[in-house]
Design a protein around this ligand. Structure first.
Ligand SMILES: [Mn+2]
Length: 337
């Protein structure tokens, strides 16, 4: 953490800085926290929202790059200009300055909680704990994240009545989903989050009535509609002995895997739940499990599949295979289980 604070302290005013952030709720909160910190220090930075970090060409363009909630599998070049704050499992420790508890422990805090900790250590002035909290809620990592947010009793009671976020704040987290459902929506959500934070008003994001927010909530409505009709019209594959449930969405207008996988978990809380969606010639899977270590199961199941990818957390893990291999991969997953 201390070298990360140093890294931020050494950024100069004339340097071109990029904040690369993951395209989900945790990523947007994390990115917003770092962008706010830089702004408070009189530094300019450009956000870049991405799903996966495969192409590192952007490192050439910038003097400093801060990656939050996302990082490459390995980083060997340009290491002096990169700071990584992440909590995803990676094959190797990057050669740059980084914060990533996934190298030491299985149960990790959200990237937003790590960013908030960094924000406070680096002298950030605004009250934006709620941003750290929303990211943690969005990534389902509250318990490991709370210690980093050092909330006092009144904050705990405000943000976590009966162990749950206030339903209104839950409404706010929906907006993050929009950035995920539709790629180009992420920047609109990030703008609103930054505006809310500058106003020190978590509810601004939820209540804002301008065109951007309308589009965000419209996106969620349409995606939910699509998710509901897909669930109604598709047949669930259930394997009782392996405690495995699978739904093939085929192709869809919005990236609704994440919504659908969470709906199905309501009915099958003790099962491994897997939902797939086709995008052109590739099939991507969202996988969830309450008790199996998916960061072990999925890599094992996917081994040897051509042009496959995988990554994520112990209980929530994504992967993709070529569309022609879809059925074969589901069988392989069953075997691995
Ligand atoms: Mn995350």
């Amino acid at each position: 953490m201390h070298s990360a604070v140093e890294f931020l302290r050494e950024i100069k005013k004339n340097e071109r800085v990029c904040v690369v952030l993951h395209n989900d709720g945790d990523g947007i909160c994390s990115g917003a926290i770092i962008l706010l910190l830089l702004e408070e220090k009189g530094l300019n930075a450009e956000p870049m929202i991405i799903g996966r970090l495969t192409n590192l060409d952007m490192l050439e363009e910038y003097d400093k790059v801060i990656m939050v909630d996302v990082s490459p599998d390995e980083l060997e070049n340009n290491t002096e200009k990169v700071l990584i704050i992440d909590h995803h499992k990676r094959k190797r420790r990057p050669a740059c300055i980084f914060v990533n508890p996934a190298f030491e422990q299985d149960k990790v805090p959200s990237a937003s909680a790590l960013c908030y900790k960094l924000y406070s250590l680096a002298g950030g002035k605004r009250n934006i704990k709620w941003l750290g909290l929303l990211g943690a809620y969005s990534d389902r990592m509250l318990s490991a994240s709370l210690p980093l947010l050092s909330m006092n009793d009144s904050e705990m009671n405000t943000f976590l009545p009966a162990g749950q976020l206030d339903p209104a704040l839950t409404g706010v987290t929906l907006a993050f989903l929009a950035g995920y459902l539709k790629q180009d929506m992420g920047y609109a959500v990030l703008d609103l989050v930054l505006e809310s934070a500058k106003r020190e008003d978590p509810m601004y994001l939820w209540l804002e009535k301008d065109r951007k927010a309308k589009e965000i909530y419209q996106t969620i409505e349409l995606a939910n509609k699509e998710a509901r009709s897909k669930i109604i019209n598709s047949k669930l594959f259930v394997d009782e002995s392996k405690r495995f449930v699978y739904l093939d969405l085929g192709s869809a207008e919005y990236k609704i895997k994440r919504i659908v996988v969470d709906y199905i978990r309501l009915k099958y809380p003790d099962y491994v739940v897997s939902v797939s969606m086709d995008v052109n010639e590739v099939t991507t899977f969202s996988n969830r499990s309450p008790d199996r270590d998916l960061s072990v199961v999925i890599p094992k199941a996917i081994e040897g599949f051509p042009a496959s990818r995988h990554g994520g957390h112990v209980r929530a893990y994504g992967c993709s295979v070529q569309k022609v291999d879809k059925k074969r991969f589901v069988r392989s997953l069953l075997n691995a289980l």
